[in-house]
Design a binder for this molecule. Structure first.
Ligand code: PMP
Length: 351
């Protein structure tokens, strides 16, 4: 604790991201895509003229926003881009979440949300998941300082359909409702088509998962013009160049390759469901998942011990040391070979 820190920084428990190990491990701990980015990305990286980096990037990131607008069937003024959706979320907290009323969120969701609440001194009201570990949309009220949840949720994997989100937005019209769609491409249903009807809906997304670009840091938001303008106002107040020139060009190349995108996400979904079957055969309980990870628990084995056993044998998964999740492991979907090794190792450990 330092005397130089502000009260908000003192109160902060920083988010600890999943380990990025130096040694060769089968890495199933941070929900990265096991497949490489689109071939067009490789071409951009090979041919990009270094001299372009001499100049500042376009402060409007116009070309990337146009590509995203086309992808989503919205106007370019309805799209915002940033350095990973984590940054977009941070800007949204600053732009939209009120200080005189608590922001509502599920008790189990992306662990960055509480961190941002503390950092930006926003009160928080949490709601339990329902008995099947789904986000309980009926818990969110119209009198809060904002609503945020991931859909599909992380790390539980369940997702609500667009109609359910529309039902929420018909009732909750005053606060900004932020739907974090980091994992939507692995079987979820996007709420983006609802942004025309609901001016308080902001949808965020990322290139880190389904586009295999976690190392690049590229995320976005889609919403009404007024919400996007709110994000621009905050962004311009501390960094008027949100996305660097190279990242923009790479992002556009990734969006252009629909075939690669479809092939990768289908492969992940197929592998996920095959892995579910194998895990269930081993006695694991596996939550339904519309994401690129599985949240699992085994009635006969301690999750923390399984985590250690797997790691010693070269397989890295995620164990959250929280009350609600300490009996669970979150396993990212890797390649078929990686998942085969995971299952063989678990067979060994669960004997
Ligand atoms: N939202 C959720 C639910 C996530 O799990 C993640 C990834 N950890 C993010 C947002 C942030 O993704 P990124 O900053 O890589 O776009």
């Amino acid at each position: 604790m330092s005397k130089f820190w502000s009260p908000a920084v003192r109160a902060l428990t920083p988010y600890v991201p999943g380990e990025q190990p130096r040694e060769q491990l089968i890495k199933l701990n941070t929900n990265e895509n096991p497949y490489p980015p689109a071939p067009g990305v490789e071409a951009v990286l090979r041919d990009y003229p270094a001299d372009h980096l001499r100049r500042y990037p376009d402060p409007d990131s116009r070309a990337l926003r146009e590509a995203l607008a086309e992808e989503f069937g919205v106007e370019v003024e309805q799209v915002f881009v940033g350095n990973g959706s984590d940054e977009v979320l941070a800007l949204a907290f600053q732009a939209f979440f009120r200080h005189d009323r608590p922001v509502e969120m599920p008790a189990i969701s992306y662990s960055f949300y509480p961190v941002y609440c503390r950092l930006y001194e926003v009160e928080r009201r949490v709601h339990d998941l329902d008995d099947q570990w789904r986000v309980d949309l009926s818990a969110f009220g119209n009198d809060s300082g904002g609503v945020i949840f991931a859909n599909p949720n992380a790390p539980t994997g369940h997702g609500h359909g667009r109609q359910a989100i529309a039902g929420l937005l018909e009732r909750v019209t005053e606060p900004v409702v932020l739907v974090d769609e980091a994992y939507v491409d692995f079987g979820g249903e996007s709420a983006v088509p609802l942004v025309e009807r609901f001016p308080n809906l902001l949808v965020t997304g990322t290139f880190s998962k389904s586009r295999s670009l976690a190392g690049l840091r590229l995320g976005y938001a889609v919403g009404s013009r007024e919400l996007i303008e709110g994000l621009e106002r905050v962004k311009n107040s501390f960094n008027s160049y949100p996305v660097d020139s190279l990242a923009s060009t790479v992002g556009i190349a990734a969006l252009a390759d629909h075939e690669h995108f479809e092939a990768c996400r289908e492969a992940v979904i197929t592998t996920r469901e095959r892995t579910r079957g194998h895990l269930e055969t081993l006695g694991f309980q596996v939550l339904p998942s519309l994401t690129n990870f599985l949240l699992v628990t085994h009635p006969g084995f301690d999750a923390a011990q399984l985590f250690v056993g797997l790691r010693e044998r070269g397989v890295l998964v995620r164990h959250f040391n929280t009350q609600a999740l300490r009996d669970h492991l979150r396993i990212s979907v890797g390649t078929d070979d990686e998942m085969e090794t995971l299952i063989e190792t678990l067979e060994d450990l669960c004997r």
